[in-house]
Write a protein that binds this ligand. Structure first.
Ligand SMILES: Cc1cc2nc3c(=O)[nH]c(=O)nc-3n(C[C@H](O)[C@H](O)[C@H](O)COP(=O)(O)O)c2cc1C
Length: 190
């Protein structure tokens, strides 16, 4: 077993695969799968917003969108991160983490400050998924210093299993790491 803050073996592999993408914004896009209240699946693309320690990652969303309610009902998620230049697919399983009362506002504020004015603007738009109203305001920018809206939501996902499929060799290479076994690498058939 490695110390809790040591990087698990899949982290350098993921970093290497992301580096192969160069400056492409796609290197930060991943798909988040959730389960809706009726038990049916939902999936959508989100931007990776950074690591929170060795095995948790941060996502940002609009609290008025569908996914936060789905996560209340089922906090377990799967993320799929395709890094095409490395011909690698990472499948990350985890659970929505509840932040402490001191940590949550601090971390939300930190992410809010780090966004560019155009990145922040989305949280100035009307509620996602509601009928479009052409009269409504859709700002292109929210300048630095704009107040943090209540619906600016941080999703911190604590990961408990990572699977990597690489198509770079014959046969393809599939590996899995689980938190429950100390992130020891398991080789699987592709
Ligand atoms: C490239 C790309 C990046 C996106 N990044 C985010 C993001 O970081 N956070 C987010 O909430 N939605 C993001 N979206 C929009 C979501 O995919 C989705 O449409 C929206 O969050 C509503 O999802 P929901 O109704 O399932 O909650 C992104 C979409 C694309 C195409």
């Amino acid at each position: 077993m490695s110390p809790p803050d040591a990087l698990p073996p899949w982290r350098p592999l993921l970093r290497g695969a992301r580096e192969r993408e160069g400056r492409s914004p796609q290197a930060r896009w991943l798909q988040l799968a959730t389960v809706a209240a009726d038990g049916t699946p939902r999936v959508r693309t989100l931007v990776f917003r950074g690591w929170a320690g060795a095995t948790a990652l941060d996502l940002l969303t609009d609290g008025r969108s569908a996914k936060p309610a789905e996560l209340v009902h089922q906090p377990a998620v799967e993320l799929c991160w395709l890094l095409p230049r490395a011909r690698s697919q990472f499948r990350l399983r985890g659970c929505l983490q509840t932040l402490s009362l001191e940590q949550e506002p601090r971390e939300r504020e930190r992410h809010w400050q780090m966004l560019s004015p155009s990145g922040r603007a989305l949280w100035g738009w009307p509620p996602p998924g509601e009928p479009f109203n052409s009269e409504a305001a859709f700002p292109e920018r929210l300048p630095d210093g704009s107040p943090l809206p209540d619906h600016f939501q941080l999703l911190r996902i604590a990961l408990n299993q990572v699977e990597l499929l690489e198509l770079t060799s014959h046969p393809h290479r599939r590996r899995c790491w689980r938190e429950s076994t100390g992130w020891v690498e398991e080789l699987l058939n592709p």
